[in-house]
Design a protein around this ligand. Structure first.
Ligand code: 13P
Ligand code: SF4
Length: 363
């Protein structure tokens, strides 16, 4: 049966049966399989994860496990990261190959290499003067680029540590693909706005003058998360008016205006821990993906939890991983043929591993 026919059959099966079959198959496969689940996964899927976490925690776990099969309930760049950090004998599976990340797609290898070339024309030796830092939400090719050029990967949990490391080595940082994580973190570290420029890959010199490039300390790629950009500072104002004493929590992929008005800015894991430690009765409005906020609301009945935006901000690619795809992944493992493992090419493995290990040694 081909993949489309199999998926159609699974979609025609009542969900209760799918969930039951996942349970049985999961038990039969035992330690052969590790299921990792990012906090943005839907409820019906996250319940099957052996471990849940943010991008950093899941990368750390991938580096430690010796399970022969790792099913990554997350998005493509996470599965690639896990493949780089595991051995050749292990297989990483992304249940739905269409689960990508629009932010990761905003910087490709050609664009970043062109940017590096343009920087070389202005400041001559970028390998001595600029540390490339890629957010983990990027392709394996960009992690490889960073490894090759003395750079490093960061996540939303360790961005400050990584930026400090980068500036200790070279005077400038090229940060991609998320402008906001770089900008919010640098501002919180006390780096003045005047020391940063935005690099628009569609423009010559990223839309900057030679003087601005020579002067800057931080070059921010013009990329963003389509989910987090939907939160606005006025949503926070409205929440505060309606619920005096409310605390606003935001993910650093949100805009500067949202982060600046928030009471706390942190990764998904940090937001979870913040709510966990709060006294009963504390009210929250949270600016991050909807599935996580809904889960926090259910897990903390003593803390009213609101979604910061009045509109639905959901990561549609995270949502692609559903019970039928998870079941199909498990069935393939049991049948002994994984049709679409995530395999990063050897060259990207080598350099990508270096940039990831530099990060993991700091984290
Ligand atoms: P964290 O997992 O680092 O919180 O990042 C959220 C995210 O956007 C994952 O794609
Ligand atoms: Fe990518 Fe944003 Fe979805 Fe995270 S939430 S996977 S950054 S699109």
């Amino acid at each position: 049966m081909n993949n489309t026919a199999l998926m159609q059959e699974l979609y025609d099966t009542p969900e209760i049966d799918i969930l039951d079959e996942i349970r049985q198959l999961r038990a039969r496969l035992g330690e052969k399989v590790l299921i990792l689940g990012h906090h943005y996964q839907r409820e019906e899927v996250i319940g099957f994860a052996d471990v849940t976490g943010d991008s950093l925690k899941l990368a750390q776990l991938a580096a430690q496990t010796d399970a022969p099969y790792i099913i990554f309930c997350g998005v493509h760049f996470m599965a690639e990261t896990a493949d780089i950090l595991t051995s050749d004998a292990q297989t990483v599976i992304l249940p739905d190959l269409a689960a990508g990340c629009s932010m990761a797609d905003m910087a490709d290898d050609t664009q970043v290499r062109r940017c590096w070339q343009e920087l070389a024309e202005v400041i001559q030796q970028p390998d001595e003067r600029v540390t490339p830092v890629t957010y983990i939400n990027s392709t394996a090719a960009l992690k490889s680029f960073c490894g090759e050029h003395g750079g490093v990967v960061c996540t939303s949990s360790n961005c400050e540590k990584v930026l400090n490391w980068a500036w200790e080595r070279r005077e400038k940082v090229l940060f991609f693909p998320d402008q906001h994580l770089g900008e919010n973190t640098a501002l919180a570290m006390g780096i003045p706005e005047d020391d940063m420029i935005i690099w628009d890959p569609a423009q010559p010199l990223g839309g900057n003058t030679i003087e601005a490039i020579e002067r800057t300390r931080l070059i921010l790629w013009k990329g963003f998360c389509s989910v987090h950009q939907l939160f606005k500072a006025q949503h926070a104002d409205a929440m505060r008016k309606e619920h005096p004493g409310i605390e606003i929590l935001a993910h650093p992929e949100c805009s500067r205006a949202v982060c600046e008005t928030s009471d706390f800015v942190g990764s998904t894991e940090a937001i979870i821990q913040y709510v966990k430690k709060a006294p009963a009765g504390q009210v929250f409005a949270i600016a991050t993906e909807l599935n996580l906020v809904n889960r926090l609301r259910l897990q903390h009945p003593d803390n009213p939890v609101y979604f910061l935006s009045p509109t639905v901000c959901m990561c549609s690619t995270m949502f692609r991983t559903d019970p039928p795809h998870l079941l199909a992944a498990l069935q393939e493992i049991e049948a002994g043929h994984v049709a679409h493992p995530i395999r990063v090419p050897a060259e990207d493995q080598r350099w990508g591993k270096l940039s990831l290990e530099r990060m993991l040694n700091l984290a």
